[in-house]
Design a binder for this molecule. Structure first.
Ligand SMILES: *[C@@H]1O[C@H](CO)[C@@H](O)[C@H](O)[C@H]1NC(C)=O
Ligand SMILES: *[C@@H]1O[C@H](CO)[C@@H](O)[C@H](O)[C@H]1NC(C)=O
Length: 474
């Protein structure tokens, strides 16, 4: 999810009032919410055992690995189970590299919570983060809630975080223990700050929520990753591998990152992109042809199920696919409501592998990185629905207000290890199955992952040479 602060202004007034009465004796109207049936995590085919120990990648710093649950379709999200509190209790958190703040649905008491898989997190007064805390300042500044007047010492720290999909969470910052098993075998329970969200908008209050909250892994100071790194517990590196058949894993630290074969591109530094994980501008190709649009700003966002393109690339992509499918035994259909653009074949598709021969790969060429290509094969932009149709998992970003930003969502990151290295400001990726952990210490390159570079280079030597021509024609 992309955090926004724009539509927060309307919420703000309501929040400040609600916050003032927080922890006083509001009768809870939501005691029933905690009685909801806990959902079992979908283990899928992931063979990652719970919190696996791996070798430390760099001397002095350990890593932490979490198995992931969920999938792109039909669940639309990947989540980790974390043990939080004292005594620790499990919570399912939506893994989100597009935002900073981690929050849990919270009995403070709760004004608006949905039925999550676990009982609401219940804070105590001594867990409240005071507003003069630097993390509170970071959270409030990022969401436009802190003005020059600062804050009154020892007041609670109110926050509102809004997302590009119009959802939001309003709450108060607390600090509590996160139980983490490090790769060197030691168990630690660092106290990390996160949001106790007592008012969530976006999903109906009675609709069951698949998770108890969001795990914010963005670049900002308040993210769980930044806090672990500031406490010198792990390197400021996070990575994920989202399994095509569901599941996968998430890691903090660089112990799992293969030493060779990863394609790296520097993180963008422009004002707009510096808030997000972005390898900067990319040229987009469909098959071996440029889409013929200018270079596009790309953001990696694990909190988005699908990929979103800006106005021009979206239109050009639709044109390119339509043109490419003409004469093939597959036609557009509107009988499937799952997504706006779908196709049907001579008979119902059973899996993506029945479809993929009809479609070409998309390729992104990140201009900041040397030869930094990312292939998006058909299985990383199409989904086969229950109706047996193939639907485009790249959506119109203009419809959701993304303007010039393009989001690379979960669908396009399946079976890729994606690494966000804030230590050296680089984003990397390498293709491979996410069903098992790689053996990062293999030096013989047989770590189960394939570099993107190799099989694209020959084809693209030609493409690069025709680029100036294409762009002059616009
Ligand atoms: C293991 O790693 C953690 C986190 O980096 C560190 O705090 C701890 O001291 C280490 N334990 C041992 C036994 O080295
Ligand atoms: C994308 O959405 C915008 C805004 O709703 C619309 O104007 C545009 O026509 C859409 N593009 C396509 C190709 O559907």
């Amino acid at each position: 999810m992309m955090a926004t602060s724009k539509h927060n202004s309307v919420l703000l007034a309501a929040v400040l009032i609600a916050a003032a009465v927080l922890f006083s004796a509001i009768p809870s109207t939501h005691s029933a919410a905690s009685a909801s049936t806990p959902k079992k995590p979908r283990l899928g085919v992931s063979t990652v055992p719970s919190q696996v120990a791996v070798d430390a990648g760099s001397v002095g710093f350990a890593s932490v690995v979490f198995p992931l649950y969920g999938d792109v379709y039909p669940h639309g999200l990947y989540y980790a189970s974390m043990s939080i509190g004292d005594p620790p209790k499990p919570y399912f958190l939506d893994v989100d590299t597009g935002s900073d703040l981690t929050w849990l649905q919270c009995d403070a008491p709760c004004v608006r919570c949905s039925k999550g898989p676990h009982p609401l997190y219940k804070p105590t007064k001594n867990k409240l983060v005071p507003c003069q805390d630097p993390l509170c300042e970071a959270v409030q500044r990022a969401t436009g809630m802190r003005d020059e007047n600062g804050c009154e010492p020892n007041q609670q720290c109110d926050y509102v975080v809004g997302y590009a999909d119009q959802g939001s969470s309003t709450g108060v910052l607390v600090r509590d223990g996160f139980t983490l098993r490090f790769s060197n075998g030691s168990l630690a329970r660092p106290r990390l700050a996160f949001g106790c969200g007592y008012d969530q908008q976006g999903i109906g209050p009675n609709a069951p929520a698949p998770t108890d909250g969001v795990l914010g892994l963005g670049r900002g100071k308040s993210s769980i990753l930044s806090q672990l790194s500031d406490a010198r517990l792990t390197r400021n590196v996070v990575g994920h591998c989202l399994g095509r058949h569901g599941g996968g894993y998430l890691f903090f630290g660089d112990g799992l990152v293969p030493r060779s074969g990863v394609t790296w591109s520097p993180m963008a530094r422009t004002t707009v992109l510096a808030k997000y994980y972005s390898p900067g501008q990319a040229s987009i190709y469909f098959g071996s042809k440029s889409l013929g649009v200018r270079q596009q700003q790309m953001v990696f966002d694990s909190g988005s199920s699908f990929t979103y393109f800006a106005l021009q690339p979206y239109q050009s992509l639709l044109n390119a696919i339509t043109k490419d499918l003409s004469g093939k035994p597959i036609k557009e259909t509107h009988e499937d409501r799952a997504l706006p653009v779908c196709w049907k074949g001579p008979k119902a598709f059973k899996s993506i592998f029945d479809v993929k021969t009809y479609f070409k790969s998309l390729v992104l060429n990140f201009v900041n990185g040397k030869k930094a290509f990312m292939e998006i094969p058909p299985e990383n932009y199409l989904i086969v629905t229950d109706h047996g149709n193939a639907c485009l998992g790249i959506l119109n970003g203009t419809e959701v207000g993304l303007k010039d930003l393009n989001l690379i969502g979960d669908i396009s990151m399946q079976d890729l290890m994606v690494v966000y290295n804030n230590e050296n400001q680089q984003i990397g990726w390498i293709r491979g199955s996410c069903d098992r952990l790689p053996n990062a210490d293999d030096d013989d390159d047989d770590n189960g992952f394939k570099s993107e570079g190799g099989h694209f280079e020959p084809q693209f030597l030609y493409q690069i040479s025709v680029l100036p021509l294409l762009f002059n024609n616009q």
